[in-house]
Design a protein around this ligand. Sequence first.
Ligand code: NDP
Length: 301
Amino acid sequence: MLDPPLKIDEVVPLADDQVGLAVLGSPIKHSISPQLHNAAIRELASRCPSFSNWVYHKIEVDAQNLGSALPHLAQCGYRGLNLTIPHKVEVFSKINSIHEEARSIGAVNTLWSNGSEWQGFNSDGYGLERALMGELNTPLKSANILILGAGGAARAAAAQALSRGCKNIWIANRSTARLNQMIQALGDSFDVDCIVPFEIPNIPDAILEIESMLIINATSLGLNVGDLSPVSLEVFPSSTKVYDMIYNPAETLLLKQARSMGMECENGLSMLVYQAARSLEIWTKQKVSAEAMFSAARMVL
Ligand code: NDP
């Protein structure tokens, strides 16, 4: 059972010795970020007591209220924020300082206030890269990748892969216009010659000849009961690896098919944990234990 979120107008100043962290979004009630972060903060505090007064909340903030929420939260003693739907892109017009990584991804999921202004970062690309290495033993450098989707998460995946020198990226998305916009935007920061857009179900022959393909689902297809799979895996060799960014449900139809075909596959919990750990490292400047976060996540999911 998850605690209900705070509403932004219920947020009052924290005690002078407290440091506030929070995830902002709408809807936010299903977020498990407080469980992940508070577990890691407890672990940090056991080694370094100065973190015992750090606390992480979830706060319901809708699109219209982000601009007023940011100064209010800073005044109330909040120093670190995570952003989720619908704020990751909108925040660009609300802050002046944006880290290069977040700029190339085109989204901010982490904010840090040094007391005078909010600075924007993105830890999703880092979280994905660490998850792929840790769970599927797959580095992005020289990788052949098929990305499904063209939203914020797909763009983070593509930007991270491009920044690490991947070999080829094939991308498919339901909306072709959005896919083309994404490739154009990535072109501001990267050489996008290695990106090939295609339409499902017309999978290019060149893809099927690749033995070590990594398929990443960055669509929201699979989140709901009864959702179809974003791609049929039948045509791919069993050496293909599959990473589904969705973690709840733990096994989407895509992962079920991958497992039944003997493919190595993993859900998005590891990405969630590693991006969260990275955010906490940005805020605390300390090494953060992902293990405490994994344990907390498994208890609530
Ligand atoms: P966006 O809303 O920005 O993008 C959603 C994507 O899903 C778009 O490409 C959209 O296509 C596609 N899509 C939605 N519905 C359908 C459908 N019925 N059929 C085919 N495609 C569909 O969301 P995000 O990019 O932020 O998130 C995408 C997924 O990644 C979500 O499931 C989210 O939970 C997950 N995620 C996981 C993270 C983790 O840490 N594990 C972190 C971030 C996201 P179109 O453009 O045509 O609408």
